[in-house]
Design a protein around this ligand. Structure first.
Ligand code: ZN
Ligand code: ZN
Ligand code: FE
Length: 732
């Protein structure tokens, strides 16, 4: 007989942890109490066989709970204690963390289709193990009154479930039923009929409105593209289950796990041929596929079991996902044929997450629903830091001790509404986590909106170079604090002396870095315009290869092609860039795959899609004065067709980069290699490089918890700035 005080930290509030403790204690005939505290849960437990209790506590965790630490000590036995109780905490409910929104759980799914259940076919069924969280929460403590469920008064049934520790809905804040909860504005079978009839339906989802239509109806897809002003950017698909997914894409074991995971991201998977219209993802060999994650999705698939649906964000091109009902009515009527809403507010906008498997592990392209605002664990505590991110695909990051809270994907900061969303996210995340930043981090670029607001926060400000931040994010996630060789490959980041960087070999030294080398800089004719017109980069390569006369011949359809040769010759309006992204553009355009990009990275994705088996041209590169020169590879590409060219480009680029890394790793006597930057979302390149680095007995690290693209740089900025703040504090 003994009494233990157990302190548990982690995601243990608002996820059914206390009832879980209660149930096990009661089953084992133990006495004591459990309550929430400021940083987790306190348990006092008394009786025989307490070891068994601790084992079960961890082994039978509720689906959304996560234990970070569990400490216990012996305390004095309490005589006359008769039972185990859940105590009200002095602090209200959750003080610490808010869980991400979760896919409907198996219990609720069973009830949803059980005619005897009181939740039968109720589109907003949820419990402690599932349902909305982050998207409905105004502020902490997490309680019904602080969520957008506050206006719904619980019926008698819901209230008794809510108050019963043995009920799955004990303290499930969004608890609701047909009688007392939110209602859909149109019934499911009518929505299903609309979809069958080829209509575009705007449906209010978990983190925003979505546009839904039949993915087999070419006319509808063309209409959707026209209405959305979206020429070629791929649409995501939703299918009923894994078996349905396998009819349209090929899945490895890792893909299957990711696709069916509780987070339910959109997963990029290799297309099976000739099943679906090309209009879904033109010129790509991949499809973005997800499985249903809300009760509404499951109710729809109950009617449309064999269907494949396009499910895409409902927004006006360039601006964020629409969450407001009035705005939806106003703005979506020109895109959708039908608008379906419900009467619960979406508080926080969260897009669907997008991921793919690289090196047999999930990698984020967009980290949002299901993951945000889950914390990434830092190697050690740093002062509370706010990192403002960059410009494209922006996120922000707020740290608290060892926890780094990366916001959901916000978007490109080039639009008034996105900037509003960005500002809201900053204040919301600071408020919900109860953090007052002691320092602020931003990018080197003086003109980014994110840089310009850094001084608003009244605390020390640290500027972090873009590629340093990319590598720091990777290092922070993997707990690497020693020196490492880092390679950052992306589209653009401002260099130390206002150069355009994007193919950088870096000696990473935690708060500092040294640029060891770069890809050989190439002119970018027309500046930023070249990012949208890959043929301009092809022209630049032709110029470098002394084949300027080819420019007008190959790209005759572009009126500027004659002028470009002259710009290059005179080196006007053609800034140099060491960007790897631009080399992908050049290769894609030279091979005739993509000359004009309708969306970011289209040229690179279309090029990757042509790869069948990467092949190395051993004479394809030179390394001189710390620059990797790939012009010999490009010279060869001029003679090849698209597939052979794509194979040779990927194989040779990977081999060249690995050799280059190898040289510097040896020189610096370092085995650790950090890989980051948007180009690493290219699976062919990444898998090739990771395998070859391992074969050379180097240890590559790849970002798996934050996106390798600019969606991850706020994490790196926070890590660098927090560390610099510590150094600064030591000096004072
Ligand atoms: Zn549930
Ligand atoms: Zn009810
Ligand atoms: Fe970048």
């Amino acid at each position: 007989m003994k009494r233990l005080k157990i302190t548990v930290q982690g995601q243990v509030q608002g996820v059914g942890f206390r009832p879980h403790v209660y149930r096990i204690a009661t089953e084992l005939g133990l006495t004591g109490r459990v309550k929430n505290n400021a940083s987790g849960v306190d348990i006092e437990i008394q009786g025989q066989n307490i070891d068994h209790f601790i084992r079960r506590l961890q082994a039978e965790l509720p689906p959304l709970a996560e234990i970070d630490t569990l400490k216990h000590k012996n305390i004095l036995i309490e005589k006359n204690e008769k039972k185990f109780t859940i105590e009200k905490s002095e602090l209200g409910n959750i003080k610490t963390k808010i869980a991400p929104d979760a896919t409907i759980c198996d219990y609720c799914l069973t009830e949803l289709f059980d005619p005897h259940s009181r939740y039968y076919r109720y589109p907003f069924i949820n419990c402690t193990h599932c349902g909305p969280r982050y998207t409905i929460t105004y502020h902490l403590p997490y309680d019904r009154s602080t969520t957008s469920m506050h206006s719904f008064v619980m019926c008698e049934h819901c209230r008794s479930a809510y108050q019963n520790p043995l009920d799955r809905r004990y303290h499930a804040q969004p608890i609701a039923c047909k009688k007392c909860g939110p209602q859909l504005s149109k019934n499911i079978s009518d929505i299903a009929n609309d979809i069958r009839a080829g209509k575009i339906v705007a449906l209010k989802g978990l983190g925003g409105y979505q546009l839904i239509c039949d993915a087999k109806n070419t006319n509808t897809i063309q209409r959707l593209r026209q209405n959305k002003n979206r020429a070629t950017k791929p649409f995501a698909l939703m299918v009923f289950d894994l078996a349905c997914a396998k009819q349209i894409v090929n899945c490895t074991a890792e893909d299957e796990i990711l696709l069916t995971s509780r987070e339910r991201p959109i997963v990029l998977l290799p297309k099976k041929n000739a099943v679906l219209p090309d209009e879904i993802a033109p010129n790509l060999n991949l499809l973005g596929v997800m499985l249903p994650y809300t009760p509404i999705h499951y109710l729809l698939f109950d009617e449309l079991r064999e269907s494949i649906l396009i499910v895409t964000s409902a927004n006006i091109s360039g601006s964020p996902l629409i969450i407001d009902d009035h705005e939806a009515q106003k703005k979506l009527s020109s895109i959708a044929d039908v608008i379906v809403s419900y009467n619960r507010n979406i508080v926080v906008r969260v897009d669907d997450s997008v991921a793919r498997i690289i090196d047999k592990k999930p990698v984020f392209i967009r980290r949002a629903r299901g993951y945000a605002p889950r914390a990434i664990t830092l190697p050690y505590d740093i002062p509370p830091t706010l990192a403002l991110g960059g410009y494209l695909k922006n996120t922000i990051c707020v740290t608290r001790g060892r926890e780094a809270f990366l916001s959901q994907h916000i978007g490109d900061l080039n639009h008034a509404e996105t900037i509003q969303f960005y500002r809201n996210t900053i204040s919301h995340l600071l408020k919900i986590l109860d953090v007052k930043p002691e320092c602020v981090a931003h990018d080197y670029h003086p003109d980014f909106y994110s840089t310009r607001i850094a001084n608003e926060f009244n605390c020390p400000v640290f500027s972090v170079q873009h590629h340093h931040a990319h590598l720091a994010a990777c290092a922070a996630e993997h707990g690497i604090t020693d020196n490492a060789i880092g390679i950052a490959l992306d589209g653009f980041g401002l260099g130390e002396h206002f150069e355009s960087w994007g193919g950088e070999l870096i000696l990473y030294q935690n708060t500092h870095y040294q640029r060891l080398g770069s890809l050989k800089p190439i002119m970018q004719p027309g500046g930023d315009r070249a990012t949208k017109e890959p043929w301009r980069m092809a022209a630049s390569i032709l110029y470098e290869l002394n084949q300027s006369t080819e420019i007008a011949k190959r790209f005759v359809k572009y009126p500027q092609s004659k002028l470009i040769a002259e710009l290059l010759e005179k080196k006007i309006h053609s800034p140099l860039s060491s960007s790897c992204g631009r080399l992908f553009d050049a290769a894609s355009a030279l091979l005739g795959i993509c000359e004009i990009a309708n969306y970011e990275a289209e040229a690179a994705m279309a090029l990757e899609s042509k790869v069948t088996a990467p092949f190395i041209l051993n004479s394809g590169w030179t390394i001189e004065s710390n620059q990797l020169n790939l012009l010999p590879l490009f010279e060869k590409l001029l003679l090849l067709n698209a597939t052979d060219g794509a194979n040779l480009f990927h194989g040779t680029l990977a081999a060249a980069l690995v050799e280059w890394i190898g040289i510097h790793a040896k020189e610096n006597n370092i085995n650790t290699v950090l890989l980051s930057g948007g180009c690493f979302l290219n699976k062919v390149l990444s898998d090739c490089m990771i395998n070859q680095l391992k074969a050379r007995h180097l240890t590559p690290y790849f970002p798996h918890q934050c996106p390798p693209n600019d969606g991850g740089i706020s994490l790196g900025q926070a890590w660098v700035a927090g560390n610099k703040m510590m150094e600064k504090n030591k000096c004072v």
